[in-house]
Design a protein around this ligand. Sequence first.
Ligand SMILES: [Zn+2]
Length: 297
Amino acid sequence: MGHSFFMETKNACPVCRAKKFIPRFIKNGYPIERCSSCGFERAVMHESYTKLTDRYYTKGYFTGEKERYAYSNYAGDFSVFKKNFDSVVRLLLHFTRGRTLLDVGCAYGFFMQVAKKHGFDVFGIDVSAHAIREAKEIFGGNVNHGRFDEVIFPPASFDAITMLDVFEHFDDPASSVRRARKLLNRDGILVIETNDTQSLWAKMFGRDWHFYIPPQHLSFFSAANMTMLLEKEGFRVEAIRYSGKWIPLRYALHLARSIRGSKLAESLYHRVRDMWLGRLPLYINFFDHMIVIARKI
Ligand SMILES: [Zn+2]
């Protein structure tokens, strides 16, 4: 196709290195393409990743700005999110006795708070300057603003690294896994929570799957190609769980009004947003959301 060598290298599949991608559909103005060999999917970006993260993860991302397809009231819904974080920590405790933990994409530090209660020594980073300002109120110097590939940590400094609902936000997931391996101790654990493109739910909805929301989500995995990537980068996958999540009613309505453009959700959202009913926790499980536990080998 007349690509230069460097273009081809950059555009190769981060999982299997194949160079052939097949266009699937366009969503929010971004083409989504699929690796013809392993099925890894990605959004084709039209701006630099740093520019994107600077403009996208502003305060509105956490406070209900409609165009962000994100949180309704992140701070106000902590009590509900805490239930999910608590199950992740409990799962993690089956795989490590270590105590130092880095949460990549730590947002306001809510997962860190829960992990700390369970005895972890916690650190966090996030690309959102707003979120890190909030997290610093509690964690001070233990949290840093920046991308995972630019914030400096000494090698082998963590027993566990968590990437909870953030892996799909990366434009270069392979380098994130490589970096996690460098920062983990011997036998260290990497936890990745993301959604599965081979789930029944994903296949049923196709381009309308709620998880296809570029430019927030850029990289899309299945259990199979996630395992392939982790093994290639020096990890052994020890468990993959399809667990459900607690989400507050107002957050569910906010996603439905923004991602789906639902008029009903829009009107209900405005009615319940500031009521106790808005915080009502709903348990959802479409079996399209996976928690992957991998060990450094
Ligand atoms: Zn591939």
